[in-house]
Ligand binder design. Structure first.
Ligand code: ZN
Length: 283
């Protein structure tokens, strides 16, 4: 968009900035239409709010939990690509069989395969009248982010964050009941506000009931060293993804400072103001 308004300025036009913004967003809209029709996921019924959102965040931030709660509240599906891939493999389709053999070799699935599964899922949802989605676990690369931006009318990218020392403590506090499979977190986090102005963080533990307490176990990869490595990998891999979405003006940053009960109402309030916003509204 900046490029369109820069082009106008080069031609010597002198218009108020709001006009540049309007003209450039119109130009972008026309460019998009010219390059492949109405973007998928773009509702033709203008009165209908669209919720085509992506949730980003480091491992341990609780992205899946927030995505699922928010999706339920806004009555859109929570689409986790990991689940989609597992379902495709389970379905026994030829694509699923291909994926299975790749995964069994310990290799990463090629981008276009993941994209295919995702686009089919989104198309199916549109046919069934879904009003959008919350994507979790996708995109993983800058190229996937770019592809998603051109194929789908993404309205918001929520970037969840949490101070790193808290992420580590939270991951180390994870416990799984080997009896019933439920997850708990025994980390009791209380961090004072930092001198450089970062807020206080209070996250009480999610303690197990007495029937699970004797059966708790820690996942082998929830050791401090492994957690720090996972966070480092995430930082590197998320940079191009975040970058692509920031360039498109879609990222909303949200730093967690408390547990789910305190955070969810605040997050919902913030997100409500983005309902129905789509790519063409971005200034
Ligand atoms: Zn249990």
């Amino acid at each position: 968009m900046a490029s369109a308004s820069a082009a106008l300025q080069r031609r010597g036009w002198r218009l108020p900035p709001s006009t540049y913004a309007a003209v450039s967003s119109l130009k972008d809209a026309l460019d998009r239409l010219a390059s492949g029709g109405t973007p998928a996921g773009f509702s033709t019924d203008a009165a209908r709010p669209s919720i085509n959102w992506v949730f980003l965040g480091p491992p341990g931030v609780g992205k899946g939990t927030y995505a699922s709660r928010v999706a339920k509240a806004f009555r859109v599906p929570h689409i986790a690509t990991g689940d989609l891939i597992r379902a495709e493999i389970k379905s026994g389709s030829s694509l699923g069989a291909q994926m299975k053999s790749i995964v069994n070799q310990g290799k990463l699935l090629p981008c276009d395969m993941v994209q295919q599964v995702l686009q089919e899922r989104l198309a199916r949802g549109r046919q069934q009248g879904e009003r959008g989605f919350i994507l979790d676990g996708y995109p993983r690369t800058g190229a996937q982010a770019e592809q998603l931006l051109t194929s789908t009318d993404i309205g918001l990218v929520l970037n969840l964050s949490l101070r790193e020392e808290v992420l580590v403590q939270k991951c180390m506090g994870r416990r799984l009941c080997r009896h019933c499979g439920k997850n708990y977190n025994v980390a009791d986090i209380h961090l004072a506000a930092s001198a450089d102005g970062r807020p206080e963080i209070v996250m009480p533990p999610l303690s197990p009931p007495p029937e699970c307490a004797p059966h708790l176990e820690t996942r082998a990869d929830d050791q401090e060293e492994v957690i720090r490595h996972r966070l480092e990998v995430y930082k590197q891999e998320s940079k191009p993804v975040e970058g692509a979405f920031r360039k498109a003006g879609l990222v909303v940053d949200f730093e967690l400072t408390a547990g789910i009960p305190e955070t969810l109402p605040k997050l919902m309030l913030l997100l409500e103001s983005y309902v129905g916003r789509h790519a063409y509204d971005r200034a």
